[in-house]
Ligand binder design. Sequence first.
Ligand SMILES: Cc1cc2nc3c(=O)[nH]c(=O)nc-3n(C[C@H](O)[C@H](O)[C@H](O)COP(=O)(O)OP(=O)(O)OC[C@H]3O[C@@H](n4cnc5c(N)ncnc54)[C@H](O)[C@@H]3O)c2cc1C
Length: 307
Amino acid sequence: MAESQNLAKPMLRGTMREQVDMRKHTSWRAGGVAERMYQPADMEDLRAFLRSMPVDEPLYAVGLGSNLLVRDGGLRGTVLLMHSALNGMHLEYDGSVYVEAGVPGAKLARFAALHDLSGAEFFAGIPGTIGGMLAMNAGCYGSETWGKVLRVVTVDRQGEVHVRAAADYEIDYRHVVLREGSEEWFAAAWLAFARGKGAIARDEIKALLRKRIASQPLNLPNAGSVFRNPPGSHAARLIEQCGLKGKRIGDAQVSEKHANFIVNVGNASAADIEQLINEVQRVVEQRTGVRLQCEVRIIGEHQQDTV
Ligand SMILES: Cc1cc2nc3c(=O)[nH]c(=O)nc-3n(C[C@H](O)[C@H](O)[C@H](O)COP(=O)(O)OP(=O)(O)OC[C@H]3O[C@@H](n4cnc5c(N)ncnc54)[C@H](O)[C@@H]3O)c2cc1C
């Protein structure tokens, strides 16, 4: 089935595609095909779509796919593509920023600077959407997404909207779990920032981006840090100590520039990347006794179980 064919039911305004190549929707540019992908027109349309779904349909939210590996055998079910979908953002009367889940972090950082707010600069360096950042508690340079959250808006499988506070979640370093365990997706958030000076925030963003270009292999497809930093240590340091920089399986390679990045140097399969992840984990554990935990999310079927 060709991509981009509009198969949406009449009352829905978004776009349904079938057999979607997830290489185009993940920053690793690797992996399999999703059976279906729905890109909602807006929040109301997302709710209507969820109401229309059978209860057993597997659903996966995807933002910019910058922390995601989809196995080569593909994804059974439907991807909810939030990027370029839930795009609203405005300043509230109380000075907080209301931002929808599909907005990229860089856009939020620029919006905050434009309104003389300070503390949103770090979002500029993380190439994901607000939804993905809420799901991951993404952060860098001493700031984390949930450190800025006043409240979030979620949508559940029945299309019901919930307004939730941080206390409703178990939140830690790159870890966010809804305490009551129901299946919900982030649709929007209210974020609080301090008053500041736009020009200073813009300079800070530029400095932060320069730092990233100098230290990260941004010229090759990657998914940022593959492993979480173990308590009191750095995954990159451990990987480097074990002599794994440059280690390659197929077209997946441990970056020479930043040991906690795996880069796609050509036409890596998801299996190449996953095998390299497992190999790094194995060697680091054998040599240092530390079991590295994956930060990237791995979903889908292995090749032999192709959809
Ligand atoms: C070059 C580079 C640098 C990076 N630097 C950093 C960094 O400094 N700090 C950091 O923390 N991360 C970093 N990352 C990783 C990544 O950008 C973040 O994890 C980001 O938050 C992922 O957002 P996304 O929209 O791309 O999410 P995706 O990769 O699309 O999804 C990630 C997870 O979030 C879930 N998700 C996505 N949207 C929603 C939603 N609306 N509701 C519920 N769940 C959702 C997905 O199901 C998936 O489990 C980097 C990645 C790259 C490629």
